[in-house]
Design a protein around this ligand. Structure first.
Ligand code: PBG
Length: 328
């Protein structure tokens, strides 16, 4: 069968037809909104490189979460942004039970219990050198010594009431270390969302301004993945699943759609994708210039991530998208 018998345009003629044959949908249920917690009260700082994104104190975050919940967003993920004085080479503030993230978790869960609160687990926001773990004397990130700190932080966040912990550090073996620690702490029901395939990406630039987490020297290439590798992503995901990950993540999203597809097809487990700060900033910048239609570009970028196989998407556009989906 070929032209003129087969005419794909027949089912594209009207919006109703297009709706009926649509293969992929984007729903508010797919969205997780990243939030940055800073010290203080009634405090809100705009992130220069991410127009529309704000670092917020706990009280503001609670109000934001009420709004997100009202829009139907199922989950947020928290990043702590402590003052410089709270940072040290060991990143001890990461596992302070009264730190920013535990405070925010408790306050959000008290105000909006149905909203899922994920806690990002990493050392880079808490170490004075900005690396994702402890350093050896020669300035390398010490994988095994870092595991204990990550596990400690995860337990602190889960005890505060976090609905999931999400290690983003890329140390080997951290999912197992965190799973063991959670189970030992009597928290076997708390899932681990693993940043399994996290690339050493230039697309994280704006986040490092938002989270004050840029490395003071060097880069993260010795622990995050080489952007050239896809088979390695499958091995990373396999290891994290063996270690007990409940949800696996690919990050960034847009430039790694092939990786999302392969992860989903290979393992068939709940798969998240993170549309990161640089992906957000590029769209915002072009939209502000009037060069692209922000709403259409955002929806298309997220639909593409879903079409690639993601079940859920972490995105700074979450609140806008929830509103747009509501408007229809
Ligand atoms: C912390 C972390 C980073 C991001 C999420 N968790 C930054 C990094 O690895 O440097 C990036 C998120 C974004 O760019 O939106 N390790």
């Amino acid at each position: 069968m070929s032209f003129p018998i087969e005419r794909p345009r027949r089912l594209r003629r009207t919006e109703t037809w297009r709706r009926m044959v649509r293969e992929t949908t984007l729903a508010v249920d797919d969205l997780i909104v990243p939030l940055f917690v800073v010290p203080g009260r009634e405090t809100q700082h705009a992130v220069g490189s991410m127009p529309g994104v704000f670092q917020m104190s706990v009280d503001r975050i609670v109000r934001e979460c009420e709004e997100l919940h009202g829009l139907g967003i199922p989950a947020v993920i928290l990043f702590g942004v402590p003052s410089d004085e709270a940072k040290n080479p060991q990143g001890t503030e990461a596992y302070n039970p009264d730190g920013l993230v535990p405070q925010a978790v408790r306050a959000i869960k008290a105000a909006v219990p149905d909203l899922l609160v994920w806690a990002d687990v990493c050392m880079c926001e808490y170490t004075s050198h900005g690396h994702c773990g402890l350093l050896t004397d020669s300035g390398e990130v010490d994988n095994d010594a870092t595991l204990e700190l990550l596990a400690r932080a995860a337990v602190v966040y889960a005890r505060a009431g976090a609905d999931a912990v999400a290690p983003s550090d890329m140390m080997d073996g951290r999912v197992e270390a965190i799973r063991d620690a959670l189970d030992e702490a009597g928290l076997p029901h708390v899932p681990i969302v693993s940043y399994a395939a996290k690339y050493a990406s230039a697309f994280y630039g704006p986040f490092r301004e938002a989270a004050h987490s840029a490395p003071a020297f060097g880069d993260r290439k010795a622990y995050q993945m080489d952007p050239a590798n896809a088979l390695e992503a499958l091995r990373e995901v396999e290891l994290d699943l063996q270690e007990g990950a409940d949800i696996v993540m690919v990050k960034p999203a847009g430039p790694y759609l092939d990786v999302i597809r392969r992860v989903k097809d290979t393992f068939g487990v709940p798969t998240a994708a993170y549309q990161v700060s640089g992906e957000y900033a590029l769209i915002k910048a072009a939209a502000r210039q009037g060069w692209v239609d922000e709403r259409r570009i955002v929806m298309e970028s997220l639909l593409g991530i879903k079409r690639a196989g993601a079940d859920m998407i972490l995105t700074y556009f979450g609140k806008d998208v929830a509103r747009w989906l509501r408007e229809g």
